[in-house]
Ligand binder design. Structure first.
Ligand SMILES: NC(=O)C1=CN([C@@H]2O[C@H](COP(=O)(O)OP(=O)(O)OC[C@H]3O[C@@H](n4cnc5c(N)ncnc54)[C@H](OP(=O)(O)O)[C@@H]3O)[C@@H](O)[C@H]2O)[C@@H](O)CC1
Ligand SMILES: Nc1ncnc2c1ncn2[C@@H]1O[C@H](COP(=O)(O)OP(=O)(O)O)[C@@H](O)[C@H]1O
Length: 285
């Protein structure tokens, strides 16, 4: 039977925001851990950390090279650095998978052994299948082609670009994880058959670092839904679609604030609290 791709909308996204209550503290809300960034791509770590804070999370814990830690703290001193307990992980943004050091591999393996939900991006995509925790992968078309090729599933960038829905679904089935396949149209699906599609509201998103922002946002949503994810792993699919919706809307607003002009990735992160606030207002709780 052909998969039915349901459009994910504002009212869907509004249901997947965890607002803090009187009984909450930073730990009960959820801690996101990131292993991201590198000497080559320090900015990806800064963007992911910033986006996580802006999406709303109890605490952000960052693990990475000394110079990158300094850049992260300069931008967001609210961040804690070094190992500790977390409720979700974002791994791989700004990491070259062909240049992972022993220290980095140790950090990645330590994170994967935690058993908490994991977002695998960029330089950690190839670690899919090495652990049992609920997992979402966030490739763009070229990254998915590489990932599938490494599993001896023949595909190409051109084939995936021509039929992203088919390839996203196949990847979810073969890899056994939630797939968030990025592009002007983003497909989010899981092996259970949940399948959501989102059209980006602005093509100004096609600029460096916007995927790193999306990763941080999704990590924050996963961390703040840790209790739900512990009893309902399929919630990760809805959270992934929600991250894409908020990301697109924040980008649209950031561009609209400049008369429909270009945006940079950090503009998206800065527009996120306004989008989250308005979604919450529509819920009336
Ligand atoms: N601020 C930061 O820190 C940022 C950090 N970032 C981090 O960078 C990492 C890599 O992410 P990415 O998406 O660039 O990786 P990837 O799919 O391997 O693309 C490379 C492939 O693209 C192509 N290609 C290259 N140059 C091209 C050109 N001029 N014009 C056309 N094609 C060109 C070329 O393909 P080929 O032509 O060889 O087939 C090449 O193989 C990742 O960790 C991410 O998080 C980014 O988010 C950006 C902001
Ligand atoms: N032409 C486009 N129109 C709208 N959105 C796009 C377009 N191309 C890419 N995007 C979106 O922009 C982001 C790019 O992510 P990614 O490729 O990982 O970039 P980076 O690695 O530079 O952070 C994704 O959210 C993707 O869905």
């Amino acid at each position: 039977m052909a998969t039915e791709w349901r459009s994910w909308r504002a009212d869907d996204a509004a249901a997947w925001i965890a607002a803090p209550g009187a009984d909450d503290d930073k730990y009960s809300r959820g801690v996101l851990g990131l292993v991201s960034g590198s000497v080559e791509f320090p900015g990806a770590a800064v963007l992911g950390v910033e986006a996580a804070h802006r999406t709303g999370v109890g605490l952000v814990r960052y693990i990475g090279p000394r110079g990158v830690r300094a850049a992260v703290l300069l931008r967001r001193p609210e961040t804690v650095v070094g190992r500790g307990r977390v409720q979700a992980w974002l791994l791989g943004s700004g990491i070259d998978p062909t240049r992972r050091s022993f220290v980095l591999l140790g950090d990645l393996q330590h994170a994967l052994a935690d058993g908490v939900p994991v977002v695998l991006d960029a330089g950690a995509l190839d670690l899919v299948g090495t652990h049992t925790a609920p997992t979402v992968i966030t490739p763009h078309h070229r990254e998915l082609a590489r990932l599938l090729a490494a599993r001896e599933i023949r595909s190409s960038f051109e084939e995936i670009r021509a039929d992203p829905a088919e390839w996203a679904e196949r990847a979810a089935r073969e890899l056994g994880v939630v797939v968030l396949l990025k592009g002007a149209t983003t497909h989010v699906c899981d092996p259970a058959g949940n399948a959501f599609v989102l059209e980006a509201p602005t093509h100004w998103l096609a600029t460096g670092g916007t995927g790193d922002v999306l990763g941080g946002m999704l990590g924050a949503l996963a961390a703040t839904h840790h209790a739900r994810l512990a009893r309902d792993a399929e919630a990760l699919t809805s959270l992934a679609a929600t991250a894409v919706w908020i990301h697109g809307e924040a980008a649209r607003r950031a561009s609209a604030a400049n008369g429909g002009g270009p945006i940079v990735a950090l503009d998206i992160a800065q527009a996120v609290p306004g989008v989250v606030g308005e979604l919450l207002a529509t819920r009336g709780d």
